[in-house]
Design a binder for this molecule. Structure first.
Ligand code: PLP
Length: 417
């Protein structure tokens, strides 16, 4: 496998934006939409839409079991995505990639298969306060089911994860730690490598939730040495309904399947089965073939750019948003990470977060308000009405930020009247 992440199309946000047809629509007043909700879901480039249409128009079929040409082609393209995804995240081999329907499914699957194999009553699992509910509730379910104990890793006053605090939480009983690679609220990127190293010294497995990070942070699972990692297609310019989890091959081979059905088995009798090899052991039933093929097109799309150029430009827009928003006297940024990546959350004086999100719609701005599936974090931040979140993608520009600032002025003035 070769890493073709930098094939050298120059990254120019204004040009790139034209690749996303949904962003090229205008409202009745001729204004294009300012999409600042990419943490919820990203817009899709034309090549992703084309890949879906091509699949359904020309070779719609199931994978892995057909002799006819369409089936062979679908299998080849589908398995090609596994190869490219393995390359993209630096996995050792495609067998370390298990396809899922999204990050939530990936985290639930991991909690169940790891739980079945490793958890004993009294074992401890560390989960940070930063986490999305998708990285909290599956572990809480294991707590109920297997008598493990969840220990919360609290945030410091800046909304960051303190490694010294982690050292006090790790004990002989700590089987696993699960942490986000990029917070969907604070834009914080925790020091994952240091976290993994500390956990491993203690004999603790590490799951990384990279649902947000995949499109915004270069990921190399070999360098990170994390045991498992979860990602999602629709947050990385691909279709909804597809995602994956990564696991070190030796670990995956020790783990039992969590769902029964076709593909995941080798042999079946009326009262027993033997599981298939990895990764198929964890892919029971018909997978979301079209969506995974679309995910592959999204990876190809991202990989055509110089990655460092793309991320530097995205960071520059986020930095401009931080500066612009914090210069507005009625706006208060939430959290204080050393650097914000892809996300800026804030509060507006005198306005409920939902009112802000509603009022800026008048200016054709799409952003999100509320708890963002992070109720423990909202409690820690003391934000009972949630926060307003502007989240960025490769297609956002400084002009989008200027339009947001104008829309916020407008929202505050509507309230004053
Ligand atoms: N983890 C994080 C950090 C998220 O932000 C999200 C979605 O917002 C998820 C997990 C769940 O992802 P999915 O929509 O793919 O299930």
């Amino acid at each position: 496998m070769c890493d073709v992440r930098q094939t050298g199309r120059r990254f120019e946000p204004d040009v790139v934006r034209k690749d996303f047809p949904a962003l090229n629509q205008c409202d009745a007043e001729g204004r294009s939409i300012v999409w600042l909700d990419s943490s919820a879901t990203t817009q899709k480039p034309q090549c992703v839409i084309d890949a879906l249409v091509d699949f359904y128009t020309h070779y719609n079929t199931n994978v892995h079991r057909s002799y006819y040409e369409w089936g062979q082609r679908a299998t080849e393209v589908y398995e090609g995505v596994r190869d490219r995804l393995a390359t993209f995240i630096g996995a050792s081999c495609p067998e370390e990639i298990v396809f899922t329907c999204g990050a939530t499914e990936g985290l639930n699957a991991l909690a169940e298969i790891i739980g079945q194999r490793y958890f004993q009553p009294g074992d401890e699992v560390i989960v940070s306060e930063l986490e999305h509910h998708a990285n909290q509730i599956p572990w809480q379910m294991q707590q109920k089911k297997r008598g493990i104990r969840i220990k919360g890793w609290t945030l410091d006053e800046n909304g960051c994860l303190d490694l010294k605090k982690l050292d006090t939480l790790l004990t002989k009983k700590t089987k696993l730690l699960s942490v986000s690679h990029l917070s969907n609220v604070l834009g914080l990127v925790p020091p994952i490598k240091e976290i993994v190293d500390r956990a491993h010294v203690n004999g603790t497995l590490v799951v990384v939730d990279a649902a947000q990070a995949l499109a915004h942070v270069p990921i190399n699972v070999k360098d990170l040495d994390c045991d498992f990692l979860v990602g999602s297609s629709h947050k990385a310019y691909g279709p909804g309904g597809a995602g994956f989890f990564y696991g070190k091959r030796a670990l995956l081979e020790e783990l039992p399947p969590h769902h029964g059905g076709g593909t995941m088995m080798e042999t079946v009798t009326v009262d027993s089965f033997t599981p298939a090899e990895v990764p198929f052991r964890f892919e029971a039933g018909t997978p979301p073939v079209a969506d995974i093929i679309g995910f592959g097109a999204a990876l190809d799309y991202i990989r055509q750019f110089d990655w460092s150029d793309l991320l530097a430009q995205e960071d520059a827009v986020v930095e401009y948003a931080e500066k612009t928003l914090s210069s507005l006297p009625f706006v208060h940024l939430v959290g204080n990470p050393p650097q914000r990546t892809a996300v800026v959350s804030f509060l507006v004086d005198g306005l409920h977060s939902h009112d802000v999100a509603g009022l800026v719609c008048d200016k054709n701005i799409a952003l999100r308000a509320g708890y963002h599936c992070c109720q423990p974090l909202m409690r820690r931040l003391n934000c009972p009405s949630g926060v307003v979140r502007a989240s960025f993608g490769m297609y956002n520009t400084c002009e989008d930020v200027d339009r947001l600032a104008e829309a916020l002025e407008y929202a505050v003035n509507v309230f004053k009247k």
